[in-house]
Design a protein around this ligand. Structure first.
Ligand SMILES: C[S@@+](CC[C@H](N)C(=O)[O-])C[C@H]1O[C@@H](n2cnc3c(N)ncnc32)[C@H](O)[C@@H]1O
Length: 275
């Protein structure tokens, strides 16, 4: 409808209404979404009913591993060592991972430089998504390999297509499972988890499998938005404190090396599998 045919008063009222709605929406806008909005993968672990009876999972030695508790809007209601596990980001949010502002916001080149990679390193980019880090790492390990692991075939297809188009012969897409990356024992020099660990549905099993896949002396690097910093504009379940990451990763047997304070919004936590 053209506003030219409307009387001026009516046009003014319409504009005022549109402006009010726009301001209202802005006021209610959620924190910047790390996961393509509420568009998350249907998580088979999310409880189908809001039962108040705690559901517990047990390890082989009888200890409680996971607990069910209150479910946050972007959470699973499943808890590990006191932390609610976030829902998995859907491949439909893939464009968010490749957003142009990301380089300025996260400084991926600083992250990659801090890894100190060797030309023959074998790296697992675990929870690789669209391969944002896979394709930045691959040129630095020309005699090595990057395993781009994800549980969503749609993400792996994006990586496969790009590797083929751009001629990356040392990138190997790998379909993992919720409990492990499916890599051989002692096969990796470094496993990189950027913004993915907090949404692993089975963190205990994943860490045990990563430990097994890492060669003795090899590294595990976690990059997570800093939960200690309220100014980091990411939803709470998609941020982690250093204390919580260390609790979970050290419980799996990794040795904490250091937290490199070089990224604007994220922890860069280095762990090592003891020799
Ligand atoms: C927020 S995205 C981050 C992607 C990429 N690391 C990046 O920074 O651009 C998290 C990814 O982890 C994947 N993911 C979730 N749970 C996983 C698991 N257990 N094993 C492998 N990948 C997983 C999701 O499918 C998703 O692609």
């Amino acid at each position: 409808m053209s506003t030219r045919s409307l009387p001026p008063m009516r046009v003014a009222l319409i504009l005022a209404f549109v402006a009010t709605v726009a301001v209202g929406c802005r006021a209610q806008a959620p924190e910047r979404q790390p996961v393509g909005g509420a568009d998350t993968v249907g998580n088979s672990l999310a409880p189908t009913s809001r039962s108040r009876i705690p559901i517990q999972s047990f390890s082989q030695d009888g200890a409680v591993v996971y607990q069910e508790g209150p479910e946050s809007p972007d959470g699973t209601g499943r808890y590990y060592l006191g932390r609610e596990i976030a829902r998995v980001m859907s491949h439909r949010g893939a464009a968010w991972l490749e957003r142009p502002d990301r380089e300025r916001e996260e400084r991926p080149e600083v992250l990659i430089n801090a890894l100190g990679l060797e030309a023959d390193d074998v790296v697992a980019d675990l929870g690789a998504g669209t391969g944002y880090f896979t394709f930045r790492i691959a040129p630095l390990v020309p005699q090595g390999r990057v395993y781009a692991v994800d549980i969503q075939t749609e993400m792996l297809r994006i990586i496969e297509d790009r590797a083929e188009t751009e001629g990356f012969s040392n990138v190997a897409p790998v379909l993992g499972t919720e409990t492990g990356p499916g890599l051989r024992s002692s096969s990796t020099d470094l496993t990189l988890l950027v913004d993915s660990y907090h949404e692993f549905s089975h963190p205990a099993e994943m860490l045990a499998a990563i430990y097994d896949a890492t060669r003795p002396g090899g590294r595990l690097v976690l990059v997570e938005y800093r939960a200690e910093d309220p100014d980091v504009p990411i939803r709470r379940l998609h941020k982690m404190t250093e204390e919580q990451v260390r609790l979970e990763v050290e419980t799996a047997g990794f040795r904490f090396v250091e937290n490199l304070d070089v990224l604007p919004q994220q922890h860069l936590l280095i762990f090592e599998r003891p020799e």
